[in-house]
Design a protein around this ligand. Structure first.
Ligand SMILES: O=C(O)CCC(=O)C(=O)O
Ligand SMILES: [Fe+2]
Length: 586
């Protein structure tokens, strides 16, 4: 640009001077002089004394900024980035930074200057977006750019588009006044940036938020919503795709933040979660005490344990898995009748409960059945799994009561304490089918999540794939044939153990996931969650009064299952802990 261009559009017209005074702080480790922020305006000139304290976030690390006596500091502020350089900066980001800093190319930019401000909604920008076919890289594009951005022709045009945008705003400015125009610009750019960041942010394998980068050309902007709907409308689930002979994973299932090696199957250490034997614990007080200690210990270390001699016959467990298989492997037309996203239904079959939410879809189909407190009429259940569903659930209800007693005792409470709070009343049985995946490295069977409910009883086959996040690493979970896996879920963490959790990081509702099925047979599991469903709304759960003290104040507020589930359905399995939404703000 000409030296005077920025001045001519009024960037230097206004000046705000802020004088800050940072008083000596008696407990500086508890507060901050100024929170993490970027500056408003075009640029900031900072005159500071020698006391120090200024830090900048660089490559995800806070770095102290040294002070040079007599120097003024200058930093770019939001309007300089947003108005002028944002898009080319993004391009530079992509070229210069390591992969986890990359920004994806989901945003498309209009190629022609927009006619009016009204045209400039995000939707319009998308609709007018350049596609790879319409654009070639301009002359002078170097080889590397060609390689990296053949699918992002729009990037070449970004600086021009930014300029058109600015010119349009400036021409409007003469009519509607500079500050109104800036407001419009702010609004538009905020929308654009939000859009870019919202689409671009994903959680990496340990659940940390980071920007995704597209490895796959087909992942440039596409109409996700329509593709999800088309998939949903088939009512045939992921199994339907596999049955149709699909050789590639459709885009809606691609978890593009996964590292290439993440599902190669050999990268993870195996853990055999603690085995707890229930044999004789109702008769022998010594054995019972040992089991309670083991439960406590396993919950502290892993949040998971497996139980044997639990009272559910092997034949019932096998038949349950076979019942699930029969359901999924029956004729699609019969199965289709049960396909529904209606959360009030007691029995529903669907693929991905949060299919339409932000996170990519998982390579899995699910049947959900609310078996307690008000089970469905038997005829509401499909004939192929009706009897076993009822029989397995009645065993589960008995097992649930035993477990709630043991958890109560592990907390030093009376055995009936949790049962008396109606914790054992609700049971939701989820039966999952993980079809063989043609490109397992691109997707997941179940995304990183914690479970809803008090705890989960997991019946799984020996296909493998279940992983838990332990000390920021994923571990393969192995279990004994015939064992049931128990894991602490969110309500047990929130209601009961939060005090320990907060002070010692114990008794956690642990993050886990299932890798996409890379074997040659379908994987089947049944996860039974002790909780009520959307229908039961009145009962609230929160930190147990018995465990609260001045030193151990409550960390979560009281919530109903309905409130919790509504939040969960809105976010989907995005790797964030759902409980964080219900923390008491201090
Ligand atoms: O299929 C599995 O092994 C785990 C399923 C699961 O995590 C769940 O249903 O919450
Ligand atoms: Fe789970």
């Amino acid at each position: 640009l000409k030296p005077t261009d920025l001045k001519d559009v009024g960037c230097a017209d206004e000046l705000f001077v802020h004088g800050h005074c940072y008083l000596v702080c008696p407990e500086p480790e508890l507060t901050i002089g100024m929170s993490n922020h970027t500056d408003g305006g075009f640029l900031t000139i900072l005159l500071q004394d020698q006391v120090g304290g200024l830090q900048v976030l660089h490559d995800n690390q806070w770095i102290d900024v040294p002070h040079f006596p007599g120097a003024l500091m200058r930093n770019n502020a939001d309007f300089l980035q947003a108005s002028l350089y944002s898009l080319s900066c993004f391009e530079n980001d992509v070229l210069d930074k390591p992969p986890d800093q990359h920004l994806d190319g989901v945003l498309t930019i209009p190629t022609a200057p927009c006619q009016s401000i009204e045209d400039m909604s995000i939707d319009t920008l998308q609709d007018q977006g350049a596609t790879k076919d319409q654009h070639s890289l301009g002359e002078g594009a170097n080889e590397d750019e060609g390689k990296n951005f053949s699918d992002h022709g729009w990037r070449k045009e970004a600086p021009q588009v930014a300029q058109s945008l600015l010119l349009m705003i400036i021409s409007k400015a003469s009519m509607i006044g500079y500050w109104q125009a800036i407001k419009v610009l702010e609004f538009l750019l905020q929308g654009l940036l939000e859009h870019v960041f919202r689409k671009g942010l994903h959680r990496n394998r340990t659940g940390q938020l980071r920007r995704s980068y597209r490895k796959n050309n087909s992942m440039s902007y596409y109409d996700r919503e329509s593709e999800r709907k088309a998939f949903d409308d088939t009512k045939a689930g992921v199994k339907g795709l596999v049955d149709a002979g699909l050789a590639k994973v459709p885009r809606i299932f691609i978890h593009d933040y996964l590292e290439p090696e993440e599902n190669s199957g050999s990268n993870y250490s195996q853990i055999s979660i603690p085995v707890i034997d229930f044999k004789g614990i109702d008769e022998d007080a010594g054995l019972r005490a040992e089991v309670i200690d083991k439960i406590k210990d396993s919950c502290e270390k892993w949040g998971f344990f497996q139980i044997v001699d639990h009272g559910i016959p092997a034949s019932v467990m096998d038949e349950m898995t076979e019942g699930v298989r029969r359901f999924y492997e029956q004729d699609t037309e019969v199965k289709n009748q049960y396909y529904s996203r209606d959360v009030t239904k007691k029995f529903a079959y669907f693929s991905n409960f949060a299919l339409y939410q932000e996170p990519p879809a998982d390579w899995r189909d699910t049947v959900k059945c609310v078996m307690a407190p008000h089970p469905p009429d038997p005829e509401e259940l499909p004939a192929v799994c009706r009897d076993i569903m009822i029989e397995y659930s009645s065993y589960l209800m008995k097992l649930g009561i035993r477990l709630f007693e043991l958890f109560s005792e592990a907390l030093g409470l009376k055995p009936n304490h949790l049962k008396d709070l109606d914790c054992a009343k609700g049971l939701v049985v989820s039966c999952h089918y993980y079809p063989v995946c043609p490109e397992p490295e691109l997707t997941l069977g179940a995304s990183n999540h914690t479970d809803s409910g008090f705890f989960t009883v997991l019946l799984k086959d020996q296909t493998g794939g279940l992983q838990i996040l332990h000390e920021n690493r994923w571990f393969d979970v192995t279990s004994l044939p015939g064992a049931l896996i128990i894991n602490i879920a969110d309500f047990l963490q929130a209601s009961l153990f939060l005090q320990y959790l907060i002070s010692n990081d114990k008794f956690k509702s642990v993050n886990h996931r299932v890798l996409a099925n890379n074997k040659d047979v379908p994987r089947i599991s049944t996860a039974s969650l002790f909780r009520t469903h959307f229908q039961e709304t009145s009962r609230v759960y929160g930190p147990l009064k018995e465990l609260i003290s001045e030193d151990n104040p409550p960390v979560y507020r009281d919530i109903t299952f309905k409130e919790y589930l509504t939040h969960r359905f809105k976010t989907g399995l995005d790797g964030t802990h759902p409980l964080s939404a219900f923390k008491i703000q201090i």
